[in-house]
Design a binder for this molecule. Structure first.
Ligand code: GMT
Length: 378
């Protein structure tokens, strides 16, 4: 197949999933054409089946808001005419689904059929998408897509509850590439971070309000009172200064390290003992899955799609959103007994195996075939 993938190029989950899926599809022999405004972060090695097309938005003094959607639409139209894509798969509805649908109708006037598949990732529905600013366009773009997927049952339900969507939504969960993620712990690295054998607690995110990163610090400071431990924070974002202030207020700066944005999160996860994800809402929680793939148990909030991924009491625990005492208690319980910690680690890894890209990737391929087939006979 010839597949077009539209995604955000950033380290965020939707871009990561889109790029890893593209790598997988290319390995299966499909030609994969990426479209984005910048080279996606994980599009970091050569494959003869992968092509990258940068979307450039021309500037004009009149444009206070450069029209990216229009540039993307034109790029899709152009690409389809020159390569004959079989399907275009957009990740994150805003604005990608609307652009792809517009391209589809432009191509129709030229006698070309282009099936559009939209994958919903989270805030494109639960936060940004449902805002009145975008809702009519998102609703239209979803109904005019030829296929829709959501990364969890929870996100599928949210979409039906919050939008008048008339077509079926296929749930295809996120995944991990175990070639990348099951790195063996590097003992010398662990020693450098925790010289006295402390437990390593970790959090990865873009430090936005929705991640409740202050709770990460509060939970860690309580765990630390009972289990010698250190906190590693990976990522950056608008809440960082606030997090640093909370660390100062709690007097725990010596045990908290801000590592900034990291390419190889798997290297840090592989030496970690506990992952904290106290998010306000999370349609899936890819970072938690990646942690489990590195044998790291998770304490997370009971929200959105998290309970589908983090099996309570087996691979970690889920607690009510904002309940820092409960999270600290569960974290302490996991970390305070070496045998118990080993059991949680093993269970986390076993559970993550069911999200191997080698299992989930074929579901996308089958879905493409199904949508293309339905489109041909309609
Ligand atoms: O929706 C976002 O905040 C951005 C998005 C992303 O691009 O990082 O994250 C969402 O998609 C991820 C990949 O499917 C999911 O793992 C995240 O749970 C989801 N984030 C939220 O729902 C807040």
């Amino acid at each position: 197949m010839k597949i077009g993938i539209v995604c955000y190029p950033t380290y965020g989950g939707s871009g990561v999933i889109a790029t890893e899926l593209g790598h997988y599809l290319a390995k299966q022999g499909h030609a994969v054409h990426f479209l984005s405004y910048e080279q996606p972060a994980r599009l970091d090695y050569f494959n003869e089946n992968i092509f990258y097309h940068e979307v450039n938005v021309s500037q004009y003094p009149l444009f206070r808001y450069p029209p990216y959607e229009l540039a993307l639409t034109s790029k899709i139209v152009d690409l389809v005419q020159s390569t004959g894509l079989d399907v275009i798969h957009v990740h994150y509805a805003i604005p990608h689904a609307a652009a792809a649908v517009m391209a589809k109708y432009i191509l129709k006037t030229k006698g070309i059929d282009l099936p559009v598949i939209t994958t919903l990732h989270g805030t494109d529905i639960t936060l940004v998408g449902k805002d009145a600013t975008y809702r009519p366009v998102v609703t239209y773009a979803l109904n005019e897509s030829d296929g829709i997927t959501a990364v969890s049952n929870s996100l599928r339900s949210d979409t039906f509850e919050q939008f008048e969507v008339t077509r079926e939504i296929e749930v295809i969960p996120n995944f991990v590439d175990f070639h990348r993620f099951s790195k063996k712990p590097r003992e010398h690295f662990k020693k450098a971070i925790a010289p006295n054998g402390e437990r390593i607690v970790v959090h990865v995110s873009n430090f936005r309000k929705v991640k409740r990163v202050e709770d990460v610090i509060q939970v860690f400071s309580r765990i630390r009172q009972r289990v010698p431990s250190r906190l590693l924070l990976i990522g950056d974002g608008p809440e960082r200064m606030n997090m640093e202030r909370v660390c100062r207020d709690l007097g725990i700066c010596d045990w908290v390290t801000f590592l900034g944005k990291q390419e190889a999160v798997e290297e840090i996860l592989s030496v970690s003992d506990l992952f904290l994800m106290p998010s306000q809402t999370e349609s899936f929680g890819l970072a938690a899955l990646e942690a489990m793939a590195c044998e790291v148990p998770v304490v997370a909030s009971n929200t959105g799609g998290i309970p589908e991924v983090v099996i309570d009491g087996r691979v970690g625990y889920i607690c009510p959103v904002g309940d820092i005492e409960a999270m600290a208690e569960k974290g302490t319980y996991i970390l305070s007994d070496p045998d118990r910690l080993s059991n949680f680690k093993a269970a986390a890894y076993q559970h993550a195996l069911s999200y191997d890209i080698l299992q989930v990737g074929p579901r996308y391929e089958a879905y493409y075939q199904e949508v293309i087939h339905k489109h041909l006979i309609s």
